[in-house]
Design a binder for this molecule. Structure first.
Ligand SMILES: Cc1cc2nc3c(=O)[nH]c(=O)nc-3n(C[C@H](O)[C@H](O)[C@H](O)COP(=O)(O)O)c2cc1C
Length: 179
């Protein structure tokens, strides 16, 4: 059953790559800032590698998360499927930062724009319509996270099922936990 749950997690992350409305298409990314304060926000899962257990997101290289991860690469990814009452927490480390122009060119033009604002994300402005864009030097950043530990919790009757998957020396170990 543990192997089945682990496989289900992987299957759903793979599916989310092609299904825009999949509940795992977005996740909550938790980082820790320079003051040691937790920071959480919603991001889109752009890619998932089931072999390596790598998760990829895109962001602006001036964003808070990009700065946090430079100082502290350890992060947590939270996925939630409200229909299945299924939560997955992924302890992961940001192992790669890339601004590869080849990846950037594959993004639809309207999404590319998100990484070309003149002002850094979070800069105070007077009017939401007043956002200037530049054609030069996009601030596109691809972040890759490698999972070290995964915890799945399925709320159901008669018993809730809580399971842990831990990577040890390249192998994944499976364990049920008391819910
Ligand atoms: C549905 C949704 C999807 C989002 N996807 C992303 C994303 O893929 N990458 C990103 O950097 N920000 C994304 N955001 C914005 C972040 O939640 C956040 O507000 C912004 O990145 C600034 O966060 P930071 O300063 O903590 O880095 C998304 C927001 C929403 C509501």
């Amino acid at each position: 059953m543990l192997a089945e749950i682990f496989q289900q997690c992987k299957d759903q992350w793979i599916r989310s790559k092609h299904q825009k409305k999949h509940p795992f298409r977005t996740l909550t990314l938790a980082t820790v800032n320079a003051a040691g304060v937790p920071q959480i926000r919603t991001v889109v899962l752009r890619d998932f590698d089931a072999q390596k257990m790598h998760f990829v997101i895109y962001t602006d290289d001036r964003s808070g998360k990009a700065k946090d991860l430079l100082l502290q690469p350890q992060a947590q990814l939270l996925f939630y499927d409200a229909k299945k009452l299924w939560q997955i927490q992924v302890d992961a480390s940001c192992i790669r930062r890339s601004s590869d122009p080849k990846v950037y060119k594959q993004i639809p033009a309207r999404s590319q724009k998100d990484y070309t604002t003149v002002l850094a994300p979070g800069t105070p402005i007077d009017n939401p319509e007043d956002v200037d864009y530049t054609a030069e030097n996009p601030h596109f950043l691809q972040l890759t996270f490698e999972a070290q530990r995964i915890e799945s919790l399925k709320l159901k009757r008669p018993v809730h099922v809580r399971s842990q998957f831990t990577r040890k020396a390249g192998e994944w170990r499976f364990q049920f936990l008391n819910p």
